[in-house]
Design a protein around this ligand. Structure first.
Ligand code: ADP
Ligand code: TRP
Length: 331
């Protein structure tokens, strides 16, 4: 049985990109694997959220997880900070990680560019904490979007380095996983190639958006002035509309608009109406569960408590073994 793990930072509601990149396959995998899904609240502290906002975001993400189909009976759903063992592993792994390699990580370099006033040590050591999240449960597979590939590569490096230094075959080398398919990237409604709440909230459709909101957002999505000759290649914005359609509509629907595009007969208004309808249809059952779960604080606390217990059991076993390997076993 594979051990599968994934996590999302609680920085707002979950969007379609999160769903297709990190959640959808996970939901399928929980049936046959030993699955861990967590809320990466330590990681989110790099952007200094207010305590009240952090609590709200954790609740919202937990609700979104459950509504999207994660089942606390089948997998372990937990909040990262309920499992402090992950911090000890990060400290231990960090002893064999070099500052230079952390400075070369693309997500770090991008943060340095974007937020020069807040280049904190947590941003630099982010990949070590992420590796600990994964290695603490000795996961084999990590369902994430394409943007996380480099972090996974580093996790494998750190795991291999640990094994090599101590002459053991302890940590497995986890892989980024998308159910046998290529890693996906869902584009944004703003013409950008990634739906992302941290880049631009306006690019996102959230799982908790009502049908009215979805319709408004899609109708406002960026497009272009339309093709003028047959076979003309698509602009990024229009390519995005097609990619979104591929994710939520039937192949026939996509083919219909593709043909219209090729013949220069496409009407983006019609395409967007269809897209809004198909997204709404897709999101509706999740949206309804979100509304119900939001008011069930007792159930949410129970889920978090049960998850913390299960996750700590697995994490403390790893920490015991790692301490033993390193030689922290004086008694
Ligand atoms: P955001 O960019 O909106 O802040 P996160 O960085 O919190 O999203 O991403 C959480 C998870 O969702 C990660 O596994 C990431 O790979 C996946 N993900 C985020 N955006 C997309 C997207 N547009 N397409 C595919 N996967 C995505
Ligand atoms: N870095 C991931 C993101 O930004 C979140 C994350 C933290 C994660 N630890 C993880 C994802 C461990 C998978 C496994 O989306």
């Amino acid at each position: 049985m594979d051990r599968v793990l994934s996590g999302i930072r609680p920085t707002g509601y979950l969007h379609l990109g999160n769903y297709f990149g990190a959640l959808k396959n996970f939901v399928r995998m929980q049936e046959e694997n030993n699955c861990y899904f967590f809320i990466a609240d330590y990681h989110s502290l790099t952007t200094h959220p207010k305590p009240g906002d952090l609590r709200t975001n954790i609740k919202n993400v937990l609700v979104d997880y459950l509504a999207a189909g994660l089942d606390p009976e089948k997998c372990t759903i937990y909040i990262q900070s309920d499992v402090p063992e992950v911090c000890e592993l990060a400290l231990l792994l960090g002893m064999n990680v070099y500052v230079g390699e952390l400075q070369r990580v693309s997500s770090f370099k991008e943060k340095v560019r974007r937020q020069p006033d807040n280049i904190n040590a947590g941003l630099l050591t982010y990949p070590i904490l992420m590796a600990s999240d994964i290695l603490i449960h000795r996961a084999d597979k990590v369902p994430v979007g394409k943007d996380q590939e480099q972090h996974l590569e580093m996790t494998r490096d750190f795991a291999q380095r640990f094994n090599h230094i101590y002459g053991v075959d302890y940590f497995k080398l986890p892989v980024a996983y998308n159910f046998g398919e290529n890693l996906v990237k869902i584009p944004g409604l703003d013409g950008s190639n990634k739906m992302s709440k941290s880049d631009n909230e306006a690019s996102c459709i959230f799982l908790s958006d009502s049908p009215e909101v979805i319709c408004k957002k899609v109708m406002k999505a960026v497009s272009d002035s339309g093709p003028t000759e047959a076979g003309q290649s698509k602009s990024q914005a229009v390519e995005n509309l097609f990619s979104l359609m591929e994710a939520v509509s039937t192949p026939d629907t996509v083919a219909f608009f593709e043909e219209a595009y090729q013949k220069c007969e496409i009407r983006y208004g019609d395409m967007k109406k269809q897209l809004a309808k198909d997204i709404t249809h897709f999101v509706a059952p999740i949206y309804e569960r979100i509304i119900t779960l939001r008011s069930d604080d007792d159930y949410l606390s129970k889920v978090a408590k049960l998850g913390a217990e299960k996750a700590r059991e697995s994490a403390s076993k790893t920490i015991r073994e790692v301490r033993e390997i390193i030689g922290i076993n004086y008694n």
